[in-house]
Design a protein around this ligand. Structure first.
Ligand SMILES: C[S@@+](CC[C@H](N)C(=O)[O-])C[C@H]1O[C@@H](n2cnc3c(N)ncnc32)[C@H](O)[C@@H]1O
Length: 209
């Protein structure tokens, strides 16, 4: 995500320290439940809106780009949500942070597509990642994935078909045509792409019991 340099970034983030978790591994097994995770929350529109809709849920948002994360934290603060914590790191493995079955849902919104074949393992929906999500999710837990990238969506459906952990609960290549707008919590990227008429792909997977 391209981003203008923010002056006094560290100081601004320090002032919002109460929204951050610096050593998430220490909470493994002890996260407040139910616990929902977004990987790559960007500027936080989605998580701040969802957190307001679901005050009874607890959210952990990972964002590795610190200046982007600042916007997200400010949005959550502005929305007066007490149920979101941010981890300002590129998460490698959710299993470092969450125990098996500890997570109720994982949101992947407009994840980086890593289009080169040699980078396929970096995609957040590659087979090994899906298996990892499968372990940290509780039975009946879900993954929601949205992307404007048709190639990444095709790839993801193939990776899902190769495993037997998840059941496809919903799939569409045109979310905004198939679902009522009032049911969709959008992200910044989603607004940008759907505003230009781009179809938004959506997939919901539910872990088999
Ligand atoms: C294309 S942007 C989409 C942002 C937002 N989800 C949206 O839809 O507007 C992807 C974001 O994911 C972040 N990201 C990618 N991989 C990540 C990881 N493993 N852990 C944390 N953040 C990650 C990037 O820094 C970037 O801000």
């Amino acid at each position: 995500m391209r981003q203008r340099k923010i002056r006094n970034l560290d100081e601004k983030l320090n002032n919002l320290d109460m929204f951050q978790i610096h050593e998430p591994e220490r909470y493994k097994g002890n996260w407040n439940k139910p616990c929902y995770v977004e990987i790559g929350c960007g500027k936080g529109q989605f998580i701040s809106r969802l957190a307001r809709l679901h005050k009874e849920w607890n959210f952990v948002a990972f964002e590795g780009h610190r200046s982007v994360a600042l916007h997200a934290i400010e949005k959550v603060k502005g929305a007066e949500c007490k149920n979101v914590k941010f981890v300002l790191k590129y998460v490698n493995s959710l299993e470092d942070v969450f125990q098996d079955g500890e997570v109720s849902g994982v949101f992947l919104n407009f994840s980086d597509p890593w289009p080169k074949e040699r980078h396929a393992k970096r995609r957040l929906t590659c087979g090994s990642r899906l298996r990892e999500y499968g372990r940290v999710l509780s039975p009946g837990g879900f993954i929601e994935f949205k992307t404007d990238n048709d190639g990444l969506f095709r790839y993801t459906l193939e990776e899902v078909a190769d495993q037997n952990i998840f059941q496809v609960a919903a799939v569409t290549k045109n979310l905004h045509m198939d679902y009522p707008e009032e049911e969709i919590v959008t992200t910044e990227y989603e607004d940008k792409f759907s505003g230009k008429g781009k179809n938004i792909n959506y997939l919901k997977l539910v872990k088999r019991g």
